[in-house]
Design a protein around this ligand. Structure first.
Ligand SMILES: Nc1ncnc2c1ncn2[C@@H]1O[C@H](COP(=O)(O)OP(=O)(O)O)[C@@H](O)[C@H]1O
Ligand SMILES: [Mg+2]
Length: 268
């Protein structure tokens, strides 16, 4: 009997380690150790762990966004492509098109001087040079509509400071998904928002993940969200992934002491 091979994971991190080389002294500061993870196409993977455990560094390494003095060892494969071997020019093509980011601070991906319309249209244009101006604008309006902006035309004309924090984050999400990435990486996307905006943004992300079908790497403290959204979860502690598996399994039977502490009385 032939065995049907498993679907290929979309992203594989294998023994990823991140070390900072101190400028001047050359001292080595290892921060992330031997992280191995994978995400299947269309899967939601939550990355959870205390502050300083290496979550952000791990996510930045995927897109080649670490500072210059960070040394990265191990392997990162995206759709089988070894990302660590790409130069910055090739990486830029992957980023924004196939792998997109949302950060805690919405302004991290918005230019304060440019209108939202300019920024979204520019991002669409760069990755779709064959589209006309009209098509680009229509695409942008369509995407803003999907983010439930009631008056997309007005948002296109706005500069980021004219929007509330929640609206800025929604505009950031519009930028992130406008080229239909295969992988969306969100690093605590709602931590800077008030509770009402947090709910709106999370519901939107969940809906978009279902309709767009992108794989979603979500760094969050919110265990309710993990339970609601993530098929698998990775627990980070002191620079290492101490557990990685199906959300249900980890929540119902945490193996590592730190995971037990983190979950406390939280039940599935
Ligand atoms: N540019 C940097 N230079 C030196 N150390 C850094 C740098 N960025 C982050 N770190 C350190 O790496 C560790 C992990 O950081 P980070 O990935 O941001 O944690 P998390 O996102 O889990 O809160 C922290 O101790 C942090 O201080
Ligand atoms: Mg972080």
């Amino acid at each position: 009997m032939d065995l049907i091979p498993d679907a290929m994971p979309l992203l594989v991190l294998q023994n990823l380690s991140i070390t900072f080389v101190e400028t001047g002294t050359g001292d080595l500061k290892p921060m992330v150790f031997d992280v191995s993870l994978e995400i299947d196409p269309g899967e939601v993977l939550a990355l959870v762990g205390e502050s300083g455990s290496g979550k952000s560094l791990t996510t930045l390494a995927i897109g080649g966004l670490l500072p210059r003095n960070a040394r990265v060892d191990g392997k990162i494969a995206f759709a089988r492509m070894p990302l660590l071997a790409l130069d910055e020019k090739k990486m830029q093509k992957v980023r924004g098109k196939h792998i997109a980011y949302i950060f805690q601070e919405p302004m991290a991906c918005l230019n304060p001087l440019r209108t939202i319309g300019f920024q979204i249209c520019e991002s669409i244009r760069i990755h779709n040079p064959s589209l006309t101006r009209k098509e680009i604008r229509e695409t942008a309006i369509n995407i803003l509509g999907r983010l439930y902006f009631q008056d997309p035309e007005e948002i296109l004309r706005s500069r980021p400071h004219q929007l509330s924090g929640g609206m800025q984050q929604r505009a950031g999400i519009a930028m992130a998904i406008c080229n239909h990435p295969q992988l969306l990486i969100a690093d605590e996307p709602t931590t800077a928002l008030d509770m009402a905006s947090e709910r709106i943004v999370l519901d939107l992300l969940r809906e978009l993940q279902r309709t767009e079908g992108f794989a979603f790497l979500l760094v969050t403290h919110n265990l309710n969200i993990v339970r609601e959204m993530a098929q698998r979860v990775a627990i980070m502690h002191e620079g290492r992934v101490v557990e990685f598996g199906k959300t249900f399994d980890i929540f119902s039977n945490p193996k590592h002491e730190y995971t037990r502490e983190l979950l406390g009385t939280f039940s599935f």
